[in-house]
Structures are given as structure tokens and as C-alpha cells.
Design a binder for this molecule. Structure first.
Ligand code: FAD
Length: 382
């Protein structure tokens, strides 16, 4: 029987980053993915790495650790990280007050940000609607990734440079502890031995440990996304986050002006569908545009409609048009993405210090998984 120190199940960003940090600690690791290549939340997202929006202070700090990890890997191997910053655009005075208060928090934490006047925003983004923006906040250190490249390049990097084997197209159907070690069972009947197992199976709650997931408090969120035709003639640099994002992201919830926010009829309709508009221009000039949120309990994911709601897409385009005056609104692709989420920001469950289940990092997985995994590997190997 093959033997490893650690087996990581699921090669999304959480599983791959746990494999990376375990191998950096000298462990011999096997990373197992059921699909030919990962194609869940880790490839269906915006690729915005935005510690600025995360709950203060812990998840902000974890996000900043992730930034540094991504940048250090990018120096050695191209994993598609671009250091082009994040800009939040406020649509009214209360949202602007939240950006000003956040700027003060950033100063106290030593995290660089720059307040932008309305004119500065309009000159930075020539397509920005004059009627939308009252000002902004820019984070020069933040990065973006190409979600349809990042995980594949990361897996290539970690398997080439560290003692990590990657086994794709194999579903893990069982994990058990036997005589002071773990046994991982694959769907083809093969069994593999290890000291520890780390389960990062994303929103898959039915194959492994269904009884734990049923009562875990985990939820699945379904998001709708769109992609415009390539527009290399325009320039929308970095991660662009807008007024409804300032209202939605946890980082802003603890600030004094948060309780002063009010919603008009249109904003209430957006809030009801969990819509906030983010723009992210990909390397080919196309723009990833989204998103909306619907939720279901881990015990009943089927209650989420399987289709893409065209009225939701239309609402997102209408809100996006209020913000940017793009030369074309031709949508060439639209898809659903899903992530697991938990009220405690992440779900972790340990079985006898040998099997460690980690999922439910929510909408911050591309931002926080690298830093969280480093901390979690330190804890698991203690
Ligand atoms: C539309 C969308 C936009 C987003 N935008 C952003 C963003 O801009 N910034 C940000 O920070 N976050 C963003 N997120 C969140 C982020 O993408 C997720 O938090 C993250 O991808 C979750 O990673 P994961 O590894 O936990 O799960 P997944 O990506 O779901 O990976 C889990 C993997 O486990 C595998 N697996 C499951 N069960 C088994 C098994 N039994 N055997 C073998 N393999 C198994 C699956 O095939 C899968 O590949 C977004 C998410 C979505 C859906």
C-alpha cells in the first residue's frame, strides 16, 4: 500500500494550499481531486484577492498573509497574479463615509490605502458614470488572479517544486482511522495509507462524512456570473468594487456609519437577490461581471434552482450600466458558481487529531485560503 505523511482531499484552493504548506514543512503529501481538473468555485470566481473587504481584524490579517504568499509564489512561477490594486467606488455620502472610516482603520493597521476624490475616480476610470460616483478608496498592494489559470498553475508549481503527488480523476469514497494511521479509499477500490487526512471537499457533502455535514450549520451559496466579449481597447485596471459591495462586505459592518445606511426601492431589490456589482477585466480584455447570491442548507442543496435566472442577470446588467459606460454589453458566457459558507466564517472539524475537515470559507476563499491554510497546517502539525 502506498504511504504518505498527509493526504489532502480536494484540489480547490483550500486543499491545494494545505498541500503546499504541509510540503513546505517537509511532509510527503498526496493531493487527490475527483475531477480531471478542478472546476468548482476555485475556477468560477472573479479572482479578486481583496483583504480590504474581510472581517476585521482576523480575516483581514489572514488575507494580507495570503497576499504575501501569492506574491512570493509569483516571483518563482507565473500563477497569473497581477499587482494592480483594488478600488472601491462609493455611490453616495454614507458609503463614502464608510470608505473614509475604513481608511482610518487601515492607517491604524499599517495597511496602505488612498482616498480618491470623485474627479480622481473619473480620471482613473474613463468609463465610470459621472452620475454614480462620489469618491473612492484605492488599495495599491492588492492583487488579482486569472481564476481559469491560477489553480492549474499552482498545482503545476507545487508538484514540480515540492514532495507533492497529484492524483486527479479519482473520487475518495472513504476515510478511516486504523491502528494509529489513516486509510483513504478510492472509488476504484485502491487504498492509500497516511498519518493524517485533510478533507477540503468544498460543497460536496454527500460522499464523505455526510452525518457531520448534515448538522454542521454549513450552507451552499449559488452565484450567477457573466463574461463580456473581449474589449482590449478599454482599460479597467484591478479589482473594482462598488456601492452595494461596501454595504455587503463584512469588513465594513463594524464601522460607525454602517448603521446609517438606508436602501431605496432599487437597492432593496438588489439586496434581496444578494446582488452587488464587481468588475474584473481579464488578460484578454473581457470583463467578468457579477454577482448574485441564493442560499440553501447543506442538508438540502437541491432547493436551489439549477438554472440561470435571466431576470437576475438583467438586474445585474442594469446596475452595472448605472456604474460604467462600457462600449458593449454583449455577454458571451454566463454560469453558476457555488461555495460552501458557514456563520463562523469557516467550518473545521477534527477527528482524533488525524482527520481534519475544512470547508465553508465562503466568498473569501481566493483571498484567504493561502494564509488560513498556513495557520491551519501549523495547528494540525503541532
Ligand atoms: C462565482 C464566485 C465568485 C467568487 N469570487 C471570489 C473572489 O473574487 N475572491 C475571493 O476571495 N473568493 C471568491 N469566491 C470564493 C472562492 O472561489 C471559494 O471560497 C473557493 O474557491 C473555495 O475553495 P474550496 O477549495 O473550499 O472549494 P472548491 O473550489 O469547491 O474545491 C473543492 C474540490 O474538492 C473536490 N472534491 C470534493 N469531494 C471530493 C472527493 N470525495 N474526492 C476527491 N475530490 C473531491 C471537488 O471536485 C473540488 O475540486 C467566489 C466564489 C464563486 C462561486
Amino acid at each position: 500500500m502506498k504511504t504518505y505523511d498527509i493526504i489532502c482531499i480536494g484540489a480547490g484552493i483550500l486543499g491545494s494550499m494545505h498541500a503546499y504548506h504541509a510540503a513546505l514543512k517537509g511532509k510527503k503529501v498526496l493531493l487527490i481531486e475527483r475531477d480531471v481538473k478542478p472546476y468548482e468555485g476555485t475556477v468560477r470566481n472573479f479572482g479578486q484577492v481583496v483583504p480590504s473587504g474581510q472581517a476585521l481584524p482576523t480575516w483581514r490579517e489572514i488575507g494580507v498573509e495570503s497576499l504575501n504568499i501569492y506574491k512570493s509564489i509569483q516571483e518563482k512561477f507565473d500563477i497569473s497574479i497581477r499587482n494592480n490594486g483594488s478600488t472601491y467606488l462609493a455611490s453616495n455620502e454614507i458609503e463614502m463615509a464608510l470608505l473614509e472610516e475604513m481608511h482610518e482603520v487601515n492607517k491604524s493597521m499599517g495597511y496602505p490605502s488612498e482616498l480618491l476624490t470623485r474627479d480622481a475616480c473619473l480620471s482613473k476610470f474613463s468609463l465610470l458614470q459621472k452620475s454614480y460616483c462620489v469618491g473612492g478608496l484605492f488599495y495599491p498592494q492588492e492583487v488579482s488572479a486569472e481564476p481559469n489559470h491560477l489553480i492549474y498553475r499552482l498545482i503545476e508549481f507545487i508538484t514540480k517544486s515540492l514532495p507533492i503527488d497529484f492524483l486527479n480523476h479519482h473520487t475518495v469514497v472513504g476515510c478511516e482511522i486504523k491502528n494509529e494511521h489513516c486509510i483513504t479509499s478510492l472509488a476504484n477500490g485502491e487504498k492509500i495509507k497516511s498519518d493524517k487526512i485533510i478533507v477540503c471537499s468544498g460543497r460536496e457533502f454527500k460522499i464523505l462524512f455526510p452525518e457531520i455535514f448534515q448538522t454542521s450549520g454549513l450552507q451552499i451559496s449559488k452565484l450567477q456570473m457573466m463574461l463580456s466579449r473581449p474589449m482590449p481597447e478599454i482599460n479597467l485596471p484591478g479589482n473594482i468594487l462598488t456601492g452595494m459591495t461596501i454595504r455587503r462586505y463584512e469588513g465594513f459592518h463594524s464601522l460607525p456609519s454602517y448603521s446609517k445606511l438606508s436602501y431605496n426601492d432599487w437597492e432593496l431589490k438588489l439586496k434581496e437577490k444578494g446582488i452587488h456589482i464587481l468588475f474584473k477585466q481579464a488578460i484578454d480584455g473581457s470583463i467578468i461581471l457579477g454577482d448574485s447570491h441564493e442560499y440553501a442548507d447543506a442538508s438540502n442543496p437541491e432547493c436551489l434552482d439549477f438554472g440561470i435566472s435571466l431576470p437576475i442577470n438583467q438586474m445585474m446588467i442594469k446596475e452595472a450600466q448605472r456604474i460604467m459606460n462600457l462600449p458593449s454589453w454583449e455577454i458571451v458566457n454566463t454560469w453558476n458558481g457555488y461555495y460552501a459558507t458557514h456563520p463562523n466564517e469557516i467550518f473545521t472539524h477534527d477527528i482524533e487529531h488525524r482527520i481534519h475537515i475544512i470547508t465553508g470559507i465562503g466568498g473569501k476563499g481566493m483571498t484567504c485560503s493561502a494564509g488560513f491554510s498556513r495557520r491551519n497546517i501549523d495547528r494540525i502539525l503541532q
